[in-house]
Design a protein around this ligand. Structure first.
Ligand SMILES: *Cc1c(COP(=O)(O)O)cnc(C)c1O
Length: 428
């Protein structure tokens, strides 16, 4: 590691908690120190010390076109000269909301915010207002942002009241959040049998992307839809990560489901801070100023973010955009698993559209407990081996790998060749 990086890291740790502004960036999941990025182009990031890395983190998902895509850059450049943020309505907000409503049939209305966290926080507020109930049900291993109601883990025993997953979250707030295992339909039914009349909403990642990539088993999302309907609770599909990354529009909707509220962010903002909660008019019209649910934001719908998001969505909505990207993602995921196995390493993967996770476990996991059984020590070695080969994989065994349209077949091949060498040196 070059001197610049070393001294930057020292400076960073003096003025930023843990040296970073979001925990996973610190490399604590894999050991060592993060590099500092200077710029990104297409599938590459260039570090402050000049090293070029093939990037599979892609801003944790938003950059489905790669870094500094010309259309996105041009849209931002055009807008920045006209002003960034006005606090007065702009045409761009209407256009982005119309784009989302056009792409997802359960979406009549959209409220734009600045992050995925804001989107899920506000969606819960709407659900509590609609139902007049206090509790929410979530799933272990799903991440919905860092606000108090959702920084909660399961208490002891199935379908019990949650406990804080962070210092500073008051226990009475955590207790309102029930947590059950992902892909466990029986646990959902049991939670509703116990607390059904008090549950305002079920919030779920329709493809979980924050414990690696874990798909829903057949019937799981259907159970959520059925049970929420039966009990008069709302079902919130948190598609902050998966929306527009797995397919154009909603992941739940292409599976024939009808969530009440969908939360979006990441890809719809092209790397700018954006979030949205969206759904039927009867729910969204409860939001201030048309209704009693207060929610506001100085930067919400700011012109720069809208311009970037619209430019990206305009590219990815082309009918032939997703198929080749998904195929390249499959080639990479499958290729990694094959090469690991060739060297006697137990490995598996799950893929959803243009994201996947490689698991060091013979059977691909279907819930958080199984994800925790993957070999984290082996992942650390794999991560650092790949990094030394100039390939930046997620610095945690529990983050998904993001492939962009800028990753070429040659990039995928190069990645597989490097992985083969890394696996050859790992203990099988
Ligand atoms: C990233 C993420 C969030 C939080 O979004 P931020 O923009 O980081 O606040 C919420 N839900 C899911 C599913 C996410 O992947």
């Amino acid at each position: 590691m070059g001197g610049t990086t070393e001294s930057l890291w020292q400076r960073a740790t003096k003025v930023l908690p843990g040296g970073v502004n979001s925990p996973v960036r610190s490399f604590r999941g894999v050991g060592g120190q993060p590099f500092f990025v200077r710029e990104g182009h297409g599938p590459y990031v260039i570090a402050e010390d000049g090293t070029r890395y093939l990037d599979y983190v892609m801003g944790y998902g938003p950059l489905i076109l790669g870094h500094a895509h010309p259309r996105v850059v041009e849209a931002i450049r055009e807008q920045v000269g006209r002003g960034i943020s006005f606090g007065i309505p702009t045409r761009l907000e209407v256009e982005l909301a119309e784009e989302l409503a056009g792409a997802i049939s359960v979406v009549d209305m959209v409220r734009l915010v600045n992050s995925g966290t804001e989107a899920t926080m506000s969606a819960l507020r709407v659900a509590r207002a609609v139902t007049g109930r206090p509790r929410v049900l979530k799933f272990s291993g799903c991440y919905h942002g860092h606000h108090d109601s959702l920084l909660v883990k399961a208490g002891s025993g199935a379908a019990t009241m949650g406990v804080p997953d962070s210092a500073g979250v008051p226990e009475p707030i955590a207790a309102l959040t029930l947590t059950v295992p992902y892909n466990d339909s029986d646990a959902v039914r049991q939670a509703f049998r116990n607390y059904g009349k008090e549950i305002a909403a079920v919030i779920v990642e329709p493809v979980a992307g924050n414990m690696g990539t874990v798909p829903p088993v057949p019937g799981f999302l259907e159970t959520i839809e059925e049970v929420t309907k039966a009990y008069g609770a709302l079902w919130i599909s948190d598609e902050v990560m998966a929306g527009f990354r797995v397919n154009y529009g909603s992941v739940a909707e292409v599976r024939g489901l009808h969530p009440d509220i969908i939360t979006l962010a990441k890809v719809i903002g092209a790397g700018m801070p954006v979030g949205a909660y969206a759904g039927k008019r009867e729910y969204l019209s409860l939001v201030a100023p048309s209704g009693p649910v207060y929610q506001a934001g100085t930067f919400s719908g700011n012109a720069l973010a809208m311009a970037a998001g619209l430019a990206q969505l305009n590219v990815v909505k082309a009918p032939d955009f997703y198929a080749p990207l998904v195929e390249r993602t499959r080639l990479l995921a499958q290729g990694l698993v094959e090469r690991a196995k060739r060297h006697g390493i137990a490995a598996s993967y799950h893929q959803a559209g243009a994201m996947f996770a490689l698991f060091f476990r013979a059977q691909a996991p279907l819930n958080f407990d199984e994800v925790m059984e993957t070999d984290a020590a082996l992942y650390r070695q794999y991560f650092h081996g790949m990094l030394s080969a100039g390939i930046f994989m997620p610095p945690s065994p529990y983050e998904s790998v993001f492939v962009s349209a800028a990753h070429s077949d040659e990039d995928i091949e190069r990645t597989l060749v490097a992985a083969d060498r890394v696996f050859a040196r790992l203990p099988g």
